[in-house]
Write a new protein. Structure first.
Ligand code: PRP
Length: 187
């Protein structure tokens, strides 16, 4: 008899957003973006690494032409308490001048990363610049950022899965789970 494959994922905490709920929401967001960007020159900018799963699914729910590009940024200081000082680790490959840019994030927490990205990308003269995030934690916000499309507002809990990590793990979960408090140092 074949042994059951090891599955570290069963040991993660309670499911906050199921795979089905995620897929339903991503399909709704895809329909909305498709309506809003009909006849435009859409470039979706995924913010590495967390947004890869979301942007890949969102892309497949679009019915309008679109390109994707990626940026990687890192905030100085600990990842759970960003300082607001952001460093570009990987820049866009192509110019966004005159194009309709949609930043795609997995989560907006303090808003500091997004605040930096918006200012940085706006300076490159896109025709338009909007934000789509799968998750937002309004309680954690330190700076107000304009978000056009939001998947889910979530409480101030540490979450993993569907692109979100803890120590680079758990991104491969097909759902969003709460990480048990005893797994998060300093809580
Ligand atoms: C997360 C997320 C955002 C940022 C949000 O990235 O993808 O980019 O934090 O936090 P803020 O609103 O407080 O600035 P993270 O630094 O965890 O990197 P990752 O995407 O590679 O996991």
């Amino acid at each position: 008899m074949a042994a059951t494959p090891p599955n570290e994922l069963v040991s993660v905490g309670e499911v906050l957003i199921s795979a089905e709920e995620l897929q339903k929401k991503v399909s709704e967001l895809g329909a909305q973006v498709s309506r809003d960007y009909a006849g435009k020159d859409l470039v979706m900018v995924g913010v590495l690494r967390g947004a890869v799963v979301f942007i890949a699914d969102l892309l497949r729910n679009l019915t309008v032409p679109c390109e994707i590009d990626f940026m990687a940024v890192s905030s100085y200081g600990s990842s759970r308490d960003s300082s607001g000082v952001v460093r570009i680790l990987k820049d866009l490959d192509d110019s966004i001048e005159g194009r309709d840019v949609l930043i795609v994030e997995d989560i907006v927490d303090s808003g500091l990363t997004l605040n930096y990205l918006i200012r940085n990308l706006q300076a490159r003269d896109p025709a338009s610049l909007e934000v789509c995030t799968l998750l937002t934690k309004p309680e954690r916000r330190r700076v107000d950022v304009p978000i056009r499309y939001t998947g889910f507002e979530i409480p101030n809990e540490f979450v993993v899965g569907y692109g979100l990590d803890f120590g680079q793990r758990y991104r491969n979960l097909d759902h969003v789970a709460l990480l048990p408090e005893d797994a998060v140092p300093g809580r």
